[in-house]
Design a protein around this ligand. Structure first.
Ligand code: HEM
Length: 451
């Protein structure tokens, strides 16, 4: 029986793989069919060839509860402020710089969670750890923690195997049995471009620019210096310059800079999440008497002076004697500031094609017309986030050979965030596929993938 199932399965795979290589943009429909037939043949989640991580997160105990988050299924009960690290718990959750070989990546928040053992210190983590760590270490609200973790694991991790994900580079050894690999792809880790990791970072070069220059996607001091120039131009209150107002100006400045300098610039709806990340500085890290200034930003982002008038990368750290915020930073607080920030400068969604022209996105289901959001209200953004996380076939993603989200990943994310979006009056999720195969952005993606 097993042999028979395997034969059916392999036959199917050969057929569908051939189809999806010949017509990459049509792979989606075939994947539905493939997954349904694999399920009918009794094939469940596949075994992995590699363990998640040798280390795992350090424990949350009754004596050292932090927010008390021990299961991703329910919110941690404890509110702040409480100290991190906790002086009463000297043996756990203390700072340790990463060792050679440990994964670290583009997110200072997650790098920090690994540096304090709230997720595995080797940077190889999973959905459960990420949801608990965000709450316990940083007082991120359960709903926001679930949203961020579910989104990134479905884009760049392996949801079929306990939601494992690398906070840095790709994990080719985390593919499944090998049979599904051509369809599911390699879990790309946080470094995977155009999901959460995007152009317009405040700390790093755009990936395609880096690829063509020094190949280094890490900290870029020129990008960081541009942020200093904007925030410390004298317009913003001294000693707390890196606030919401500066984030508004700096986001627009970085968008314009990237658009002008990156031949493969892309700014899609996912990029709104990166757009919102300055909030972590003034809401999550600037607690008590701490203010969002250069010194705090350098500590938490992981930047130090190089002794020659410049800056270099360092491990992300918490300030000494740090306490969390009193209240969790919720999903709705996050979306509110994204929309406030975006409303000041409603930059266009779209990307550049080979001749350097900017092509705006049009998407009926995402409610984007000519690169602009139809409903730039808080509810509009919240519903957009739901679409991004749960919709069957995000158009730019479906048609991108670089970034495909399989149905099983979306179903997994749906299950993790069940109920989160109910009662908001978001429109029904409808299938997309709005970019035809010959759309210039699709052609651009395909030509990059074939290089
Ligand atoms: C599971 C939860 C999270 C995931 C999956 C995640 C993932 C990422 C990724 C992939 C980026 C890179 C975006 C880019 O620059 O291209 C990023 C940026 C960032 N993340 Fe996270 N993140 C998470 C939670 C957090 C938390 C809790 C904080 C802070 C409290 C944080 C702070 C930041 C900041 C400040 C940036 C922007 C860095 C920049 O401009 O270059 N993140 N995150």
């Amino acid at each position: 029986m097993k042999l028979f199932v395997n034969q059916v399965f392999t036959g199917l795979l050969v057929t569908l793989t051939a189809t999806s290589y010949a017509f990459p943009a049509m792979g989606w429909e075939k994947l539905h069919e493939f997954e349904a037939r694999a399920k009918a043949a009794g094939l469940g989640p596949l075994e992995s060839r590699a363990a998640t991580s040798k280390n795992g997160a350090e424990p949350i105990t009754d004596a050292c509860p932090f927010a008390g988050a021990k299961s991703a299924l329910v919110p941690g009960p404890n509110k702040g402020p409480y100290p991190v690290p906790d002086p009463k718990c000297p043996n756990i959750h203390q700072f340790q710089a990463p060792k050679p070989g440990d994964e670290r990546g583009p997110c200072p928040g997650t790098n920090m969670m690994a540096n304090y053992g709230f997720i595995s210190r080797d940077g190889l983590t999973n959905y459960e750890e990420l949801v608990n760590a965000q709450q316990n270490m940083l007082q991120i609200g359960w709903d926001l923690a679930v949203f961020l973790a579910a989104l990134e694991v479905s884009l760049s991790g392996n949801p079929l195997n306990d939601g494992r994900i690398s906070i840095g580079g790709a994990r080719p050894d985390w593919t499944n049995t090998g049979l599904l690999d051509p369809l599911l792809g390699v879990p790309g880790g946080y470094d995977k471009h155009n999901g959460f990791e995007s152009d317009t970072s405040f700390l790093r070069k755009d990936q395609d620019v880096a690829r063509e220059t020094d190949g280094n996607y890490g900290f870029d001091q020129a990008t960081w210096k541009r942020l200093i120039e904007v925030c410390e131009s004298g317009k913003y209150p001294k000693g707390k310059e890196y606030n919401f107002d500066c984030a508004v100006e700096a986001r627009k400045a970085q968008y314009d800079y990237s658009l002008a300098t990156n031949d493969r610039f892309f700014f899609g709806p996912y990029q709104l999440i990166l757009y919102g990340t300055p909030q972590f500085l003034y809401k999550t890290w600037a607690t008590g008497d701490l203010q969002p200034n250069r010194s705090l930003a350098m500590t938490v982002y992981g930047i130090e002076e190089d002794g020659k008038g410049g800056y270099r990368e360092a491990p992300s750290k918490l300030p000494d004697n740090w306490y969390t915020a009193p209240e969790p930073f919720t999903f709705s607080s996050g979306t509110t500031d994204i929309i406030r920030m975006y409303a000041f400068n409603p930059v266009s969604f779209g990307g550049k094609v080979d001749n350097g022209t900017f092509v705006p996105i049009d998407s009926r289901s995402l409610k984007i017309t000519n690169g602009k959001l139809d409903d730039p209200s808080s509810n509009g953004i919240t519903c957009l986030m739901q679409q991004l996380l749960l919709q069957e076939s995000p158009d730019i993603v479906t048609n991108s050979p670089l970034l495909r989200v399989p149905l099983s990943s979306l179903n997994w994310a749906k299950q993790k965030t069940q109920g989160m979006f109910s009662g908001l009056g978001c429109p029904e999720l409808t299938p997309r596929g709005l970019f035809p195969d010959d759309h210039p952005l699709v052609r651009r993606e395909q030509s990059i993938a074939s290089k």
